[in-house]
Design a protein. Structure first.
Length: 557
């Protein structure tokens, strides 16, 4: 149908990238963004519905259905729209807690949205703890995670009563974050037209391109940096086989950990000279490693990849609906036993990705696939999904309490969909001074994701303790770092109970230290529990949380 005729009929053509996400859905991986909010007090359902009418439905898109036909995809107004159908009321049995809420979130994450209606729903859990909970499901074709989070934030207030949205804008869009994002993405935006051109060329070659990826080398001869990035991405080997990969089922499992102080991660980042994101992803890698070892698998030497979404829209357009992000492949060194070395590897990988154009290449390819034949999208999606084991998303949220229809939000979590044959998603969200870590898995592959997320805080504590207990007064050798890690891995002999070796903020050792016997003691002077404050505690100003200090005292006891 021509565009003008489509507009006259009340239909709007769907963008190429949104079309690609619409067509990615299959029973084993539903293309929904799922989120959960927990409130300190019961949610007023009537007030919630009024707020949706005033704010959420102010976005015309949420009154529209996503329709896919052989001639293309489009948006169409739902003339039978009924808000009550989109707001469902439910209850958990008795005095249900987190396990029951996780079970409900898992069931909803495994249930497709109705194609005959606008593809979004809110599920109000009337009684949860002392308050309520809310589970949100929105199809990915409506918008990417960045835009949807901004939309959901537009539903919140900084006080129990309705507030001026300018106050909330100041909470979210801090000037320094804007500058960082602009520095990261300015080069990528300049390559957008080039990425679209290369993506179109790739689609023109059709299925043979994905049967023989070496043909992408011909595109690289164009001299385009974008083409070279695409050739590199396609030529990546498939991810190694672990229990995290395999034949998918139709059931998902959602879980989240107890939140941890964001302050700890920030101070650790200052001490280690890396970002909070680096630290959290390194902790995720350590948690996955520990889970495999518990299940009897040897992860030594293995590296798996995570696809990480990167926002490509200007911050001033953050609330504009639609998908405008790219994906990068991040190496997670689950085969590295040394937690400091693991952090160093993740930090270096992130620095390299920030210099690359992988994100814009992925966006261009998605746009090209969205306008190409649907028969081509399956092979392309499968090819790229084999190169990763998980999706990893980190969203820095507002660092102050927010209110939703008058109810204070105590905790929240979200999960983005996995594509192709990927069966796991890692979600990290910071809110109100705390870090929330969540996981969604395919039930056939990982039926117990809670056994992974429980390891996350232990990995963070391990890094904090090592940083706090090091002697930072002079140079440190790899042997020193190995001695420190061996000391923490096993109980010290009775005659040396009061002594501790010293380590390094970022170990340079190439070999695991934790899972081997202790090396010969370093020639450096060992410090005791009664030694003066180290440089680590001075430079960080003893700025670790009370919990970390207590753990340190326990370790030294």
């Amino acid at each position: 149908m021509p565009v003008m005729n489509m507009l006259r009929s009340g239909r709007e053509p769907m963008s190429k990238v949104d079309t690609a996400w619409l067509r990615m859905e299959k029973p084993t991986n539903l293309m929904m963004i799922t989120g959960v909010m927990m409130f300190e007090t019961p949610l007023d359902v009537d007030r919630f519905k009024r707020m949706l009418n005033d704010r959420f439905l102010a976005f015309r898109r949420f009154r529209q259905k996503a329709v896919d036909t052989s001639s293309g995809a489009y948006w169409e107004i739902d003339h039978d729209f009924d808000l009550d159908w989109h707001v469902r009321i439910t209850a958990l049995p008795g005095t249900a807690g987190q396990p029951e809420l996780q079970r409900l979130a898992s069931q909803l994450a495994s249930t497709p949205l109705d194609y005959s209606k606008p593809r979004w729903q809110f599920h109000v859990v009337e009684r949860y703890g002392q308050g309520s909970a809310l589970i949100t499901r929105i199809h990915h074709c409506y918008a990417d995670g960045i835009a949807l989070i901004q939309v959901l934030l537009s539903l919140t207030d900084v006080q129990p009563t309705d507030e001026d949205k300018a106050a909330l804008a100041k909470v979210w869009f801090k000037e320094d974050k804007g500058n960082v994002v602009e520095r990261l993405l300015a080069p990528a935006r300049k390559g957008l037209s080039q990425a679209l051109h290369v993506g179109e060329r790739a689609v023109e070659k059709g299925k043979e391109l994905f049967d023989d990826p070496e043909q992408l080398a011909k595109l690289a001869h164009e001299g385009s940096e974008i083409a070279r990035e695409l050739a590199i991405a396609v030529s990546l080997p498939d991810d190694p086989q672990t229990r995290f990969r395999g034949q998918l089922g139709v059931s998902k499992r959602c879980a989240w950990a107890e939140p941890m102080p964001l302050y700890d991660a920030k101070q650790l980042g200052k001490a280690m000279r890396c970002t909070v994101n680096d630290i959290l992803l390194a902790c995720a890698a350590g948690a996955l490693r520990g889970y495999l070892i518990e299940k009897g698998e040897n992860p030594d030497g293995l590296t798996i990849r995570a696809t990480v979404p990167v926002n490509l829209r200007p911050l001033e357009h953050a609330k504009k609906l639609g998908n405008h992000f790219g994906l990068v492949f991040l190496n997670l060194p689950i085969g590295e036993a040394n937690p400091l070395r693991r952090l160093e590897i993740v930090a270096e990988n992130m620095r390299e990705l920030k210099r690359s154009r992988q994100a814009i290449v992925a966006f261009g390819l998605l746009a090209a696939l969205g306008m190409g034949p649907s028969v081509l999208q399956g092979p392309a999606l499968e090819m790229f999904s084999r190169k990763a084991t998980t999706v990893a998303t980190n969203v820095p949220g507002p660092q102050m309490p927010l209110y939703f229809a008058g109810a204070k939000i105590s905790d929240q979590m979200f999960w983005v969909p996995q594509t192709g044959s990927i069966g796991m998603g890692i979600s990290i969200l910071s809110y109100n001074g705390r870090v929330h870590f969540g996981l969604i898995t395919d039930a056939k592959l990982v039926p117990d994701p809670e056994n992974i997320i429980l390891r996350f805080s232990a990995e963070l504590e391990k890094l904090i303790l090592i940083a706090c207990m090091e002697d930072w007064s002079d140079a440190v050798t790899p042997a020193d770092a190995a001695a420190t890690l061996a000391h923490y891995a096993a109980p010290a002999p009775a005659e040396n109970a009061g002594a501790k070796p010293v380590g390094k903020r970022a170990a340079k050792s190439d070999k695991p230290a934790v899972e081997t016997s202790a090396p010969a003691p370093s020639k450096r002077r060992a410090k005791t529990a009664t030694a003066p404050a180290t440089k680590a505690s001075k430079t960080a100003g003893n700025k670790v949380s009370k919990r970390a200090r207590q753990a340190r005292q326990k370790a030294l006891a």
